[in-house]
Design a protein around this ligand. Structure first.
Ligand code: UDX
Length: 448
């Protein structure tokens, strides 16, 4: 089937490559010429395990092309919409500029029988408005919503082996229902291989599909802030939050996944999605229903402040950190990603710099992005180099490379003069580090 994918960021680029690997003939469209050139060479414009291989294979097969020219999307039976919906500059609401521009473009080229399928995360109610735009331009075209749940670092697997497929389609009177059924049947053709592999498929209306995505992210953010709130209590009582998470996580109603306490959530999705969700609820007059998300955000921000406070505590307890050097291991918002958008690690680095500290940072993949966001950060090429001459080390992103560090190795042990380390992601073997002579403090865990 001929498919177009509008917007080739994290979501769109992976989706385009994934659809080509399902055997479709795919054109990816993006306004960024440099991104299109890289993708055309089969190169991923960002770090994503497995994506370069998939891109190269699919570009070589001739099934996957990229262009800045929307005209090339003309005639595709399905037009996936995968553009970004960032937070507005001066408010919590989602910025729909890219979505609206893409729909205006699609309205010019969409033909009868073709379906626009939204994948971007949008405020509930957006899809029905966009449907009107498409129908005004082409009454025999249609629109459905098919949210994307991919995680960075696992984007390829999540696209080719998703937990579920959610189709939001038109409904209402008989004609609308029939249109919705036709759109669902077309999506079944697109995803035939995934459905054959027994991927659960849920058919619903447009508004529910939009809400599935934002409520899933709100739930995940809440789960993380819940365990981080418990970490705050643990810190005051000498209890151990990781043990607590293991114990409550064994209850299948709770589950252990997404209960890792530490520096909290960041990235291009969870923080802005929970804020946009609250802004939308306010607009709808049901703001109170999501007031708790303010607390979720609050707990999340406090974890960052706590790491800064611990750094001060462990380096003499002064208000400012002038003359103190901090080695920060991990700058990406999470491991297996080079993404530094709303990265908790970088936020901590920024706060330490503001207090007068010298901050040396290391990340296996995110250095280039980190340099753009926090230019004052001294970037290094290895953990040992980041820690050389440091008064204190902070593990801020749980890359495997940091878990594998040998605390007893002289290369490391002798670099941090005072052998103090904050495990802000609860990812180190505290016993081994302490046995090697380090003073280790972890978030939400005792000091012994
Ligand atoms: C998230 C959703 O998981 C995904 O379904 C959605 O499509 C996009 O947003 P992503 O932002 O890629 O994906 O990262 P995710 O793995 O969910 O992690 C988000 C943040 O939460 C990271 O900063 C991570 O470090 C943090 N996190 C995650 C925790 O602090 N504790 C956990 O237990 C899990």
């Amino acid at each position: 089937m001929r498919i177009s994918v509008i917007g080739c960021g994290y979501l769109g680029a992976v989706h385009a490559a994934g659809m080509a690997s399902l055997g479709h003939d795919v054109i990816g469209i993006d306004i960024d010429a440099r991104k299109v050139e890289a993708l055309t060479r089969g190169e991923a414009p960002f770090f994503e395990p497995g994506l370069p291989e998939l891109l190269r294979e699919q570009v070589d097969s001739g099934r996957l092309r990229f262009s800045t020219d929307l005209e090339l999307a003309r005639g595709a039976r399905v037009h996936f919409l995968g553009v970004g919906t960032p937070q507005q500059r001066d408010s919590d609401a989602a910025d729909l500029t890219y979505v609206d521009a893409a729909i205006a473009g699609l309205a010019r080229i969409v033909g009868p029988g073709e379906v626009v399928v939204g994948k971007s995360t949008v405020p509930v109610g957006t899809a029905s408005r966009l449907l009107e735009c498409i129908l005004d331009a082409q009454p025999d075209a249609s629109l459905a919503w098919n949210p994307e749940f991919l995680r960075e670092g696992f984007a390829v697997t999540d696209t080719l082996r998703p937990d579920r497929l959610v189709y939001g389609v038109r409904g209402g009177d008989d004609a609308e229902r029939e249109a919705g059924e036709r759109d669902a049947a077309l999506l079944d053709e697109v995803y035939a291989d995934l459905l054959e592999a027994d991927t659960p498929r849920l058919l619903t209306d447009l508004a529910t599909a939009e809400l599935v995505k934002v409520s899933a992210n709100a739930f995940l953010a809440t789960k993380i802030s819940f365990i981080n709130a418990m970490a705050e209590i643990c810190e005051q009582t000498g209890a151990d939050v990781t043990m607590l998470a293991d114990a409550i996580g064994l209850d299948p109603r709770i589950g252990r996944r997404f209960l890792n306490s530490g520096l909290g959530f960041g990235g291009g999705c969870l923080p802005k999605d929970i804020r946009a969700f609250q802004a939308r609820a306010n607009e709808l007059g049901v703001g109170e229903s999501l007031h708790f998300l303010r607390e979720v955000d609050g707990v999340n921000q406090r974890r960052r402040a706590r790491v800064v406070e611990l750094t001060r505590e462990l380096t003499g307890g002064h208000e400012r950190l002038d003359g103190i050097t901090v080695g920060v291991l991990g700058l990406a918002f999470k491991p297996n990603s080079d993404d530094t958008r709303d990265s908790p690690a970088l936020d901590v680095a920024r706060q330490l710099l503001d207090l007068g500290a010298t901050v040396r940072g290391y990340d296996p993949e995110a250095s280039a992005n980190a340099a753009r966001v926090v230019p004052e950060l001294a970037l290094t090429d290895s953990p040992a180099e980041a820690l050389r001459g440091a008064d204190i080390a902070i593990v801020a992103t749980e890359w495997q490379e940091f878990r594998d560090l040998d605390p007893a190795s002289p290369e490391l042990r002798d670099t941090v003069a005072s052998a103090r380390i904050i495990d802000a992601r609860n990812c180190l073997d505290a016993t081994a580090w302490r046995a090697a002579g380090w003073t280790l403090r972890a978030l939400g865990r005792g000091t012994t």
